[in-house]
Design a protein around this ligand. Structure first.
Ligand SMILES: CC[C@@H](C(=O)O)C(=O)SCCNC(=O)CCNC(=O)[C@H](O)C(C)(C)COP(=O)(O)OP(=O)(O)OC[C@H]1O[C@@H](n2cnc3c(N)ncnc32)[C@H](O)[C@@H]1OP(=O)(O)O
Ligand code: CO
Length: 134
């Protein structure tokens, strides 16, 4: 079902500092910060030859990453995103296998303009999983 690794997301306490480290210290191509109010995050994308890193910081009230940052004040790895061809077929199969799809179970449009869904970290060995239809 899953295909390529689309991105790995890291929650950071300071986006400018995170962008600086990836741009200047690690020499990567780093985007400007983009607010995504529908997702409650501000994000900076780091382009690598084979995948992306998503630097995330809470945006607005009730951000889904606020508690994570409180528990991990220095930041930390937050989720992995795998590509799928058909997100509805993937969701239905996962739900029939007893996996918990987060939110209302309907895909939202993600940072790349494509439908995304999240799966509960307790069902995937302690790792929050995002699926993106490509
Ligand atoms: C940029 C847009 C988009 C894209 O296109 O790429 C994004 O990536 S948006 C990214 C942010 N959005 C989301 O994360 C949406 C889905 N997330 C959620 O619904 C919640 O964050 C959550 C996963 C349900 C966690 O909710 P929260 O309220 O923070 O914590 P809980 O207390 O309910 O946590 C339960 C349990 O799970 C552990 N946990 C929480 N977050 C993670 C995590 N990222 N990785 C691993 N484990 C996680 C948490 O520690 C709790 O464990 P226990 O303490 O053992 O109960
Ligand atoms: Co993501």
């Amino acid at each position: 079902m899953i295909g390529r690794l689309n991105h790995v997301a890291i929650v950071v306490p300071d986006l400018e500092e995170g962008a600086r480290v990836y741009r200047s210290t690690l020499g990567a191509k780093v985007s400007e910060a983009v607010d995504l109010p529908d997702h409650g995050v501000t994000t900076v994308f780091v382009e690598l030859p084979n995948t992306k890193i998503e630097l995330l910081h809470p945006h607005g009230e009730g951000s889904p990453i606020a508690k994570f940052l409180e528990s991990n004040p220095s930041g930390g790895m937050h989720h992995v995103c795998y590509e799928v061809d058909d997100i509805i077929a993937a969701r239905d199969k996962l739900e029939s296998d007893g996996m918990r799809v987060l939110g209302d179970g309907e895909p939202k449009i993600g940072a790349h303009g494509k439908p995304v869904l999240f799966l509960h970290p307790k069902d995937f060995m302690g790792t929050l999983v995002e699926l993106e239809q490509v």
